[in-house]
Design a protein. Sequence first.
Length: 119
Amino acid sequence: MKTRVELLNSLLNFDRPLSEIWQLLNSYSWDSARGLVILKKQQIVNILRRYLDGQLSSLDVENWANAIEGREDIEYESDFEEMLDEVIFELANPLLSRPLSHDSAREWLNQLEGSASLI
């Protein structure tokens, strides 16, 4: 069986069917005293590119973001926490924000790829 960290990394990279990752992760709590993995800007960029390339549907991306949102065992990349939190919220909650489209995906890509660390 995969470790919790391995499963969380599979989730962040969406490198296997989400239903499989979700089922295996259900044996672990969402609660954690600290983050075990870090969601990086580049991982969201990769997901949005896969969506634009037709490899993922908007529902796939929504389900992926929902699986990430609110997990205490996933931290966001330093210096980009606010932006990553915002994009995950929007992708996970299209009815509360805006539905994912090619235009919104490109907007997020421009923001994510245009942002640089302040360090």
